[in-house]
Design a protein around this ligand. Structure first.
Ligand code: FMN
Ligand code: SF4
Length: 436
């Protein structure tokens, strides 16, 4: 049964998890979150990660706007060891919305400025987070002008309401060129690492699951053929952008029909994702950020919440089941591949208990980093509060109300309507006044 977060103590929370059949990890000592670690030669100050969170607020040409910059400067001052920049499109047709960031030769300077100012803001406080850019093509969920223009690896009878355009191998070859170009530009603008986004239903993960793609070098029943596009893109980036750390935000289960990492009942089956990670390790990938589900199809799996956006159904399952699915799923990968640093997701539902749960996860070796998505919108300075005083302020945590998602679903700039009210509470009021 779904339930809003009403847990007043850690005992109530742990008891609920137990009633649901789970052992929720918990540690009073949150110092494991502050252990520094070296990843591929880069010294990372702590185990806290700002997850990629799209703000739908770029300028029309895809450049970061003043609102985008404000977000990243808040993160840079916030003290996380890694700032994982939001999805940035590699091509205009692959934008998820008209205000998704888009990197190209014409606006490169604006990205360099954003990266430099972020580094400067962190340097001023004596810190230096790892800055990762998430490169994406939105594939089935492309909406470059605000209207759906789906571009898919293969038709999915459940997900595709209308006949989408199926990309040819030739189209994919050109998209791969755009990934490589974007990676070069990202390196030139000062990012430390490149994430090839392979989650949440977008093109890269659509290819990983494209069993119904016929007569193609990039799909079919054979897993290695479906992995080929991603692995080939990594090879090309390694060759053409040497010394750049490459990573991926990877779904370990789409949990939907025809998706990646699912069994015949659409439940997680990690056999192919584990096979893929084995291949990624052979390519030298040492950092992977785990996610599951799709914000379009089963959002409660990607981000367990109290309240869905208006018009969306309240899920059957308890949000703690979503939290535990992600913790346990990430653990399977971390235990199998101890040489890879895995980032865990979906901690925001846990509010003020999230640091304790995350610390226990790190201590138990079930993940190497703990990512915060919505809570980074709500409380970007949580890491520096933990560093300074050994604890966070319970009143500042995200309350998983879905206000930020409601804004972006309506193509408005996204941020925390509760704790960053002046800007985003006002945006929500406008939305409500428009009857949305
Ligand atoms: C408004 C919003 C925007 C998001 N944008 C991205 C994105 O650009 N890239 C990505 O990989 N995930 C994105 N996500 C998913 C988050 O990174 C994260 O996985 C999810 O919110 C669960 O973590 P949390 O419980 O800490 O919020 C987004 C989520 C939200 C709510
Ligand atoms: S609007 Fe704020 S409190 Fe609500 S889900 Fe988003 S970040 Fe959390």
């Amino acid at each position: 049964m779904h339930e809003r977060f009403r847990f007043k103590s850690k005992d109530e929370l742990i008891l609920k998890a137990r009633e649901l059949g789970y052992k929720l990890p918990f540690s009073y000592d949150i110092s494991p979150l502050l252990n520094p670690v070296v990843v591929d030669g880069f010294q990372i100050l702590n185990r806290l990660v700002v997850q990629p969170m799209e703000g739908y607020d770029s300028s029309a040409d895809g450049s970061p706007s003043p609102l985008t910059k404000r977000r990243y400067l808040r993160y840079a001052q916030g003290g996380s060891g890694i700032i994982w920049f939001e999805a940035v499109a590699v091509t205009p047709e692959g934008r998820s919305n008209p205000n998704q960031l888009l990197i190209n030769k014409r606006n490169l300077k604006t990205f360099s400025i954003l990266v430099n100012e972020s580094k400067q803001a962190a340097d001023n406080l004596g810190r230096r987070p790892l800055l990762i850019i998430q490169l994406t093509h939105s594939g089935r969920y492309s909406k470059p002008e605000g209207k759906a223009k789906p571009l898919v690896a293969a038709v999915n009878p459940v997900l595709d309401k209308e006949q989408p355009i199926v990309l040819t191998d030739d189209n994919l070859g050109k998209i791969q060129d755009q990934y490589v170009t974007a990676a070069k530009l990202a390196a030139g603008s000062g990012f430390d690492a490149i994430d090839l986004k392979a989650c949440h239903g977008y093109l890269m993960v659509d290819l990983l699951s494209a069993k119904l793609r016929e007569n193609s070098i990039y799909g079919g029943s054979e897993p290695l053929k479906r992995f080929h596009f991603m692995l080939e893109t990594i090879d090309r980036i390694k060759a053409e952008v040497p010394n750049m750390l490459i990573t991926t935000r990877l779904t370990i289960s789409d949990c939907c029909s025809g998706g990646f990492g699912v069994d015949e009942n659409n439940q997680p089956d990690f056999s192919e994702p584990l096979m893929l990670v084995e291949e990624l390790l052979k390519k030298g990938i040492k950092l992977i950020n785990i996610s599951m589900g799709s914000p379009y199809f089963n959002p409660h799996i990607t981000r367990p919440f109290d309240t869905p956006i208006p018009g969306q159904q309240i899920p059957e399952e308890h949000p703690l089941e979503g939290v535990m699915r992600m913790i346990n799923g990430t653990s399977v990968f971390q235990k199998r591949f101890p040489e890879i640093f895995f980032v865990g997701s979906a901690y925001s539902y846990l509010r003020q208990f999230a640091p304790n749960v995350g610390a226990a996860v790190i201590r138990n070796g079930d993940a190497s980093f703990i990512g915060f998505g919505r809570n980074s919108f709500a409380y970007p300075s949580m890491p520096s509060d933990i560093v300074k005083s050994g604890k966070a302020d319970p009143s500042k945590f995200c309350i998983t109300c879905s206000g930020c998602t409601r804004l972006i679903s309506n193509l408005r700039p996204g941020g925390c309507v509760i704790h960053d009210r002046e800007i985003y509470g006002t945006e929500l009021k406008k939305l409500i006044a428009d009857g949305k």
